[in-house]
Design a protein around this ligand. Structure first.
Ligand SMILES: [Zn+2]
Ligand SMILES: [Zn+2]
Length: 409
């Protein structure tokens, strides 16, 4: 078996990994967007020319992993976990992107055989719901592709469980997002847990009557964290249209949603009200919009940078009296022009305090170290700008460049 990272050994996001068996069966793992531009990576036999890939497997619903699958040739099967597929479709709708309709379902721990390659997905803890790690088996060898993962979220114990199940592997392709980030002290990075974040959020929620939250609508753990803080500080919890659509697409309505949770409401920004293409999202949720959600002036509300007119409306009706905004995303996104403008504009509407409260969706040093238990003979880093640092954490790190083939031994 051979592993070739086509893109991603020196960048965060947009990683594409190819695995080829000795019988020349070829699969690809992830096919998404670069984080900083929309360029589509053209690949012979994948996006153009004669088909040379037998299947593509997608680890999770983040755009940098799934965002370009509409460019893959129609006759190449693309496997996606069904809830991740739904999240991808909703996200594409709200960001006006084209989707690939035709995909095949990938279920957790049910192996998929592509000629002589066997692929098994394991549920991973990540800021995207139902993210997968993939175990690839061929030629009597095992490769683990971690996708994006972490150990400090609400499903933090999944990594240990998976390691117990799969025992050892021959090669690991791991994400290394946090390797280049520093905490300012030069120490190794240990991320605060979602639980610790919830505690801090609750303290903040107690100080303000209205809490606006800027976070990713697909970061499901975070929605739960802020819901808990809202309820324990006596507030209603208002989700924007996009977020409500996402939580309704998840299994069993276990995540805070206006149907099965108390004190949860939805907010439909005016922009969507009369848009015919959003009717399928707006109509079923209208019954969950209520003036009651904000009329007592004690509420927490998930917002998007496109929702400044919603904030203006609440301000004009005197429903912003003692408010803050919690910024709960990677700090780097603040440089995005739209976000920057939003953070500036909200000050006009009586939201004076902007508080940064976030924890990463990616594995910290402590979690990465656990991969040593798999006793891999080679470890390759992707989704990073400083793969060399992994040598301080893991055994047998093998530094490669994009497009360099590595034999699995
Ligand atoms: Zn990613
Ligand atoms: Zn991700």
């Amino acid at each position: 078996m051979q592993v070739r990272v086509i893109r991603g050994t020196k960048q965060i996001g947009g990683c594409v990994t190819e695995i080829t068996s000795s019988k020349k069966t070829k699969i690809l793992i992830d096919y998404g967007e670069n984080l900083d531009n929309d360029d589509v990576l053209e690949i012979d036999g994948l996006t153009k020319g004669n088909k040379s890939y037998d299947a593509v497997f997608i680890t999770h619903s983040h755009g940098d992993h799934i965002g370009c699958i509409n460019h893959i040739l129609d006759d190449i099967p693309v496997y996606v976990e069904p809830i991740s597929k739904r999240i991808y479709e909703i996200t594409a709708k709200f960001t006006h992107k084209n989707i690939r309709k035709d995909t095949l379902d990938m279920e957790f721990e049910k192996s998929i055989q592509v000629k002589d390659i066997k692929v098994t997905a394991y549920l991973a803890d990540h800021s995207a719901y139902n993210a997968a790690m993939l175990l690839i088996e061929a030629d009597g060898k095992k490769v683990l592709h971690t996708g994006d993962f972490r150990g400090h979220g609400t499903k933090g114990d999944l990594l240990d469980k998976m390691i117990q199940k799969i025992g050892t592997v021959d090669l690991i392709v791991t994400e290394g997002t946090v390797l280049s980030r520093t905490d300012g002290t030069g120490k190794e990075i240990i991320c605060q847990t979602e639980k610790e974040l919830t505690k801090k959020a609750t303290e903040i929620f107690k100080k303000y009557d209205q809490v606006f939250i800027l976070q990713s609508g697909t970061n499901i753990d975070r929605i739960t964290s802020f819901y808990e803080s809202a309820v324990s500080s006596g507030k209603n919890f208002i989700e924007d249209l996009f977020t409500t659509s996402i939580v309704f697409s998840l299994d069993n309505l276990k995540i805070p949603n206006p149907e099965t949770f108390n004190k949860v409401y939805t907010w439909i920004p005016l922009y969507y009200e009369d848009k015919i293409e959003f009717k399928e999202y707006v109509d079923p949720l209208e019954k969950y919009c209520s003036m009651y959600s904000y009329s007592n002036n004690k509420y927490a509300m998930l917002v998007k940078s496109s929702m400044i007119s919603s904030i203006e409306l609440l301000h004009n009706k005197n429903h912003i009296t003692n408010a803050c905004l919690i910024y709960s995303m990677w700090a780097g996104y603040q440089e995005d022009a739209k976000t920057k403008k939003f953070l500036e504009d909200i000050k006009k509407y009586n939201i004076k305090d902007i508080i940064y409260l976030h924890t990463s969706g990616h594995a910290d040093y402590k979690t990465l170290k656990k991969l040593n238990k798999l006793k891999a003979k080679k470890v390759i880093t992707i989704h990073t700008v400083d793969g060399n640092k992994l040598k301080e954490i893991l055994d047998n790190v093998y530094i490669v460049n994009d497009n360099e083939g590595v034999n699995v031994i």
